[in-house]
Design a protein around this ligand. Structure first.
Ligand SMILES: [Zn+2]
Length: 209
């Protein structure tokens, strides 16, 4: 189901952890408007402004999935009000098969059809990007939560969201080498415009938002 021009409901249900643990992470119908609201007010404007892909690393989490990934008990992910996002980057490889979780040094969370929202192409001379294909023999787009470029980009995204969008929480989260941006929006009531930076050591410390 398409939510906005560049975001689909499937992106919010996708989870490597849910797949591995056979958790049914489909979004209940009554929560779909919350996710659409987040896309309309924040993610689509962000994507439109920067003209680059916004990859959802964690969207909706059913309670079981939220527990499995160590989410906080009242996580807004469970209400369809939050998304964790990061950029994509090109991953040159002769292997056209999908990236596997934790393999290949490309990504840790990549059960993806990675070129979904990659147009206009970040690799204008390579061709194929943005044309609907999922990969080419030469280049794949993979989530990038670790490179200095990705961190810089996420700082820019955060600053732009702060200046241009309504939001409830905007968190720059970091666990080990991975960084992501957590952004949430309540469909009604007060949005707190709360901004924080959260850093943790690998596999230690507090739960995820
Ligand atoms: Zn989050």
């Amino acid at each position: 189901m398409k939510l906005t021009e560049h975001f689909t409901l499937a992106e919010f249900e996708r989870s490597a952890t849910a797949a591995r643990l056979h958790i049914d992470n489909r979004v209940p119908a009554e929560l779909v408007p919350n996710i659409r609201n987040l896309c309309e007010q924040v993610l689509e404007p962000l994507r439109e402004h920067f003209q680059e892909a916004v990859y959802v690393t964690s969207g909706y989490r059913c309670p079981q999935l939220n527990s499995a990934v160590g989410g906080v008990a009242n996580s807004q992910h469970m209400r369809g009000e939050a998304a964790d996002i990061c950029p994509l980057r090109a991953c040159p490889s002769p292997d056209p098969s999908p990236v596997r979780e934790g393999r290949g040094g490309c990504s840790t969370e990549a059960d993806i059809c990675p070129l979904r929202a990659a147009s206009p192409s970040p690799l204008p001379n390579r061709g194929g990007v943005g044309g609907g294909a999922c990969s080419t023999a030469a280049v794949r787009m993979v989530p990038d939560s670790t490179s200095p470029e990705a961190r810089k980009k996420m700082r820019e995204w955060a600053e732009w969201i702060m200046d241009n969008c309504p939001f409830d929480q905007l968190l720059r989260e970091r666990r080990g080498q991975s960084c992501w941006l957590h952004v949430s929006l309540r469909p009604s009531g007060e949005n707190r415009q709360m901004v924080r930076k959260i850093e943790r050591k690998e596999n230690k410390g507090k739960e995820k938002n």
